[in-house]
Design a protein around this ligand. Structure first.
Ligand SMILES: Nc1ncnc2c1ncn2[C@@H]1O[C@H](COP(=O)(O)OP(=O)(O)OP(=O)(O)O)[C@@H](O)[C@H]1O
Ligand SMILES: [Mg+2]
Length: 244
C-alpha cells in the first residue's frame, strides 16, 4: 500500500503563543480521494487547512505530503511541493481579469509552466470562465468567482487541493454545479480536502469525512454513514438528531 497523499498527525497549532486552536488533530487523505472536514463555526476547520498550508504556526505534530514532512515549509513553497489552497474569503483578485487571476496561479508554481495550455485546460473545465476571460473577476457572480479561485489554484498543477468552504454564499443550484466541478477535478487525478458547512452537499461528493469540534477530530467515517450518525449530529451545531 502506498502512503497517503496527505497525512496529518497529532497536530497542535494556534495563532498566538500559548493558545492552541488545534489540540491534536489527525486525518488522512488517500490518493484521488475527496475528504470533507465538517464541524461547527469556530471548530478550527479553517485553522487546520491554514496550518497544513503553512500559514498558522504549528507547535507539534506532523504533516506529510506523499510521505514527505512539509511542516515548516513556507507557504509560498507549497505550490512547488504539489499543494494548493483556496481560502475561505478574498480568494480572487477582484480588479484583475479572469485570465490574469489564472496567470497569478501559474506564477505560484514558478517558471517552466506552459501557462497558455494550462489556461485553455481550465477554460475547458470551466467554460463560463472562458467566455468571461477578459472580465474583471470582481464583477463575476459568486459561483463564477469561486470557479476562478479553484481554477487559479489548479493552474499550479497541484497533486492535493484544499478548498475552504467553496459553497459559502452560493445558491443550491450553484453549489451543485461547483461540486460537480470538484468531482471532475478529482477525475483528473487531484486529491481533494474540502472544508464545508454545507454537510449534505459536501458529503454527497466525498468518499470520507471527519468532524472537527473544539480543535480535535471527533468522528470519522465513510461519507454515506456520517450524515445519519447521531454522534455527528450532537457535535455539529449541538443538534441532537442527524444533520438536516
Ligand atoms: N487570525 C486569527 N487570530 C487569532 N485567532 C483566530 C484567527 N483566526 C481564527 N481564530 C480563532 O480560531 C478559532 C477557530 O477558527 P476557525 O476559523 O479555524 O474556525 P472554523 O471552524 O473555520 O469556523 P467557520 O465555520 O466559522 O469558518 C476561533 O476561535 C477563532 O476565533
Ligand atoms: Mg472557516
Amino acid at each position: 500500500m502506498s502512503e497517503a497523499a496527505l497525512a496529518v498527525r497529532e497536530l497542535v497549532a494556534g495563532y498566538v503563543p500559548e493558545v492552541n486552536i488545534l489540540q491534536g488533530v489527525g486525518l488522512e487523505v488517500h490518493r484521488s480521494e475527496i475528504v470533507t472536514v465538517l464541524g461547527p463555526n469556530g471548530a478550527g476547520k479553517s485553522t487546520l487547512i491554514k496550518a497544513i498550508a503553512g500559514l498558522v504556526p504549528v507547535r507539534s505534530g506532523s504533516i506529510r505530503l506523499f510521505g514527505e514532512e512539509i511542516r515548516g515549509v513556507a507557504p509560498h513553497h507549497m505550490a512547488r511541493r504539489g499543494l494548493a489552497y483556496v481560502p475561505q474569503t478574498l480568494n480572487v483578485f477582484a480588479r484583475l481579469s479572469v485570465e490574469e487571476n489564472l496567470e497569478m496561479g501559474a506564477y505560484a508554481k514558478g517558471s517552466g509552466n506552459d501557462h497558455k495550455r494550462d489556461m485553455e485546460r481550465m477554460f475547458a473545465l470551466f467554460p463560463r470562465l472562458g467566455e468571461r476571460r477578459k472580465q474583471a473577476s470582481g464583477t463575476l457572480s459568486g459561483g463564477e468567482r469561486q470557479m476562478v479561485a479553484v481554477a487559479r489554484a489548479l493552474m499550479a498543477n497541484p497533486k492535493v487541493l484544499m478548498l475552504d468552504e467553496p459553497s459559502a454564499g452560493l445558491s443550491p443550484k450553484l453549489v451543485g454545479i461547483l461540486f460537480g466541478k470538484v468531482r471532475e477535478v478529482r477525475e483528473l487525478g487531484v486529491t481533494i480536502l474540502l472544508v464545508e458547512q454545507n454537510a449534505k452537499a459536501a458529503l454527497a461528493i466525498s468518499d470520507r469525512g471527519y468532524v472537527l469540534a473544539q480543535g480535535r477530530d471527533r468522528v470519522t467515517g465513510h461519507a454515506r454513514d456520517l450524515l445519519g450518525n447521531p454522534e455527528v449530529g450532537e457535535l455539529y451545531l449541538g443538534v441532537r438528531r442527524g444533520l438536516s
